[in-house]
Design a protein. Sequence first.
Length: 347
Amino acid sequence: MSRVAVVVPCFNYGHLLGGCLDSILSQDGVDVRVLVIDDASTDDSAETVRRLAAGDRRVEASLHATNRGHIDTYNEGLLDWADGDYCVLLSADDLLTPGALGRAARIMDQRPAVGMVYGRPVYFQDHRDLPRFPTTHRGTTVWSGQTWIADRCRTAYNVISSPEVVVRTDVQQKVGGYRKELPHAGDLEMWLRIAAVADVAYVRGVPQALYRVHAASMQHSRYQGVLTDLVQRRDVFDAFFELHADEVRDSARLHAMANRALAGQALWEVCRSYDRDDLDLVPVDELVEFAARTCPQQGELPEAAMLRRRQLLGPAVCHRTQLFAGTAAWRRAQRRWRHERWKRRGV
């Protein structure tokens, strides 16, 4: 039976920890061990961690005397403690779906080249009222790591929320831990590093995890953080290709592809602000500057041509007439934007 080490970082989530551990310890078909790391919570999380660890021999506790931050906490569990065949990083406010670890373990048991398995997450707010989701595993898609990296560069989006990932432990140890200089988007850089040395598999049909979206984040304005998100993703691709270009075929072209995608997304955000006539709510100048810095050829992008047309007409005309609502380029950009909104806000 495959052994799975699950690292559960916790900061002020003691009231949610019981449900998280229940979702882990009820997994069948695998031998599970859990390390709960309380990062000096200011509530009663530490006491909850001690109580839960005392109640099940499969659960261990690590209690920080001072707050070390999420990167050190993640790396403590994944690099210093995890010793199973496979490992998982699961936040104390998230849940695994029934059978998730067994599905991932079977895939990697049968395919030694696969270093990471993920699936679709389901977003939720309250564990007492979980959304309904499919329960049938409808097959597995396996990509070479090189193909998976190329797909990420093509869109420059992170398609993984995090709790739905199971990693082969020796691969995790090989690529190392999360990087402190990438505190907000380091998970994407980690997935790229894993794909540089191993194949990647995807579970179709049944979701692998439930990702909690807190009420505050659901109400967070989409205008806040657009530029920050783009900068963080650019930093991820820059850092990855700076250190791992020799592990990726055609790395220069792929890096440029990611930068083009990011520049196009920045310009598209400005295009949308013209269509909504809300230029005052969007950091227009900063987004245009970001696009120019990120991709020297940004003026040749389709989004640049779309923006020039809007600039000629002005935001009032664009908003009143909705001239661009039916174009194929507009529909493609809409799909990209909806995907990004789904990833950022869980809607």
